[in-house]
Design a binder for this molecule. Structure first.
Ligand code: NDP
Length: 433
């Protein structure tokens, strides 16, 4: 803690992983030897840089850029870029740390990294976003490459931003290294299903958890938070599997649509118009906007937090449990506070940590890298079948690891143990580096 002062989210993520590993270390004490735990919590490299750019009024703006290259035991650093005013070193570090174990769980040979900036794309013109991305990539390009470090999107970084970033990378390097970024457009090296992958994967994971109880998503009411990439495609897959998502949100409030979310309208508002959730309500009879509280106040069977970290606390957990919620699968990274997780586990409901349930996004990014390397392109069905198989494998790994270490049904232990042991074994094989 003293070494990483003020990095509250990083402390939270490290504590969550290390505390849950007690049964693993008890069974295999060598994992606590040779400074392995000390090394795994220390990023291999942290880059922080100035991002100057000029706004439409001719004013110079200065943001801060970050890239954390956390762990390359399993492959090139891999993880998204987040553009949000709340971004700081502690947030990027927590995300990078989580990414190590998530990427291990995918079985795809990718290390852990993360990056971003405190730049806020909201309210900026396309030209401003482009100038920012070009300045950001001018520095970042020195550090990344298809075999070194492969960024992708996250909050505030979607197809538009990846396009501007790739354009600048290509110009600086004079090289069409498509595999340097993932989440690209389909016409220039992107993969089908990458857009849908995180949301789809989260719902597939929830379905697998329910299957262990002989149940399914059919007919279940679902609360979703967020209205971005992850939330929209979680809603889509939940609907495909016969569930009824009735909420979504953004930072202005949450929407309750008891008739079931009109996905076409939501996509039009958020993806095409870049509007706010209120724009949905104004065009959808029966839907209402709630500006106080969170979607977790609405009675549902399943909760899918898909917005941001620490968006579901102990009070929210108590409300969900009181209302009979029996499944929580994290689409976002670390959306549930430690107290909320404790409440879910004490109540014995199905709870999936994001590093397992939202791993479909990065897994499909690795599939995008594979297609780029082979100069090939799979159709939607092929890519989706691979995603479905990977999510089933991740679920099985978690279940098996939880059983191995004596806590069947504990997906926190399962995910951390399965991810950690893979990374730790390779770090041991590579020696003290
Ligand atoms: P988007 O930028 O597409 O959407 C984020 C959504 O969450 C927006 O609706 C946004 O609302 C809302 N949100 C963000 N921050 C806050 C906040 N502080 N308070 C309230 N609402 C907020 O991001 P993604 O959908 O890509 O990412 C969502 C989560 O999923 C993040 O935790 C991300 O790390 C995680 N994730 C994403 C992956 C991906 O493939 N994209 C992969 C794995 C995890 P507003 O527009 O008002 O800010």
């Amino acid at each position: 803690v003293a070494r990483n002062r003020g990095e509250a989210e990083f402390h939270q993520a490290v504590r969550e992983v290390l505390e849950s590993l007690d049964p693993v270390i008890a069974k295999h004490p060598h994992y606590a030897e040779d400074g392995l735990l000390e090394r795994i919590v220390e990023p291999e490299r942290q880059i922080m840089f100035r991002v100057p750019w000029v706004d439409d009024a001719g004013q110079v703006r200065v943001n801060r850029g970050f890239r954390i290259e956390f762990n390359s035991a399993l492959g090139p650093y891999k993880g998204g870029l987040r553009f949000h005013p709340s971004v700081n070193a502690g947030i990027i570090k927590f995300l990078g740390f989580e990414q190590i174990f998530k990427n291990a769980l995918t079985g795809q040979g990718i290390g852990g990294g993360k990056g971003g900036s405190d730049f806020d794309p909201h309210g900026k013109s396309d030209a401003e976003v482009m100038r920012f991305c070009q300045s950001f990539m001018t520095e970042l390009s020195r550090h990344i490459g298809p075999d070194t470090d492969v960024p992708a999107g996250d909050i505030g970084v979607g197809g538009r931003e990846i396009g501007y970033l790739f354009g600048q990378y290509k110009r600086l390097r004079n090289s069409y290294d498509a595999g340097v970024l993932t989440g690209k457009g389909l016409a220039w090296g992107g993969s089908l299903v990458r857009t849908e992958a995180t949301g789809y994967g989260t719902v597939l994971f929830a379905q697998s958890m329910l299957a262990t109880k002989g149940d399914s998503l059919e007919g279940k009411k679902v609360a979703v938070s967020g209205a971005g990439n992850v939330a929209i495609y979680a809603i889509e897959k939940a609907q495909q599997l016969g569930a009824k998502p009735i909420t979504f949100s953004d930072s202005s409030g949450y929407v309750v649509d008891e008739a079931g979310v009109d996905l076409e309208l939501l996509k039009q508002v958020k993806e095409v118009e870049r509007g706010r959730v209120a724009d949905y309500v104004s065009r959808r009879p029966g839907a209402r906007l709630v500006t106080e509280g969170r979607p977790w106040d609405v009675p549902v069977n399943v909760a899918l937090p898909c917005a941001t970290q620490n968006e579901l606390d102990a009070d929210n957990a108590a409300t969900l449990l009181r209302n009979g919620c029996a499944v929580v699968a994290e689409g976002a990274n670390m959306p549930c506070t430690p107290e909320a997780i404790e409440a879910f586990q004490a109540a014995g409901i199905l709870y999936a940590p994001g590093k397992a349930s939202n791993a479909g996004g990065v897994a499909t990014s690795a599939l995008e890298m594979e297609q780029n390397a082979g100069r090939t392109r799979w159709d939607f069905a092929t890519a989706e079948a691979k995603l479905t198989g990977i999510m089933a494998d991740i679920h099985n790994s978690c279940v098996e690891a939880a059983e191995t270490y004596g806590r069947p049904g504990d997906y926190v232990l399962g995910a951390n143990a399965a991810g950690f042991t893979q990374v730790a074994d390779v770090m041991i094989a590579h020696g003290i580096v």
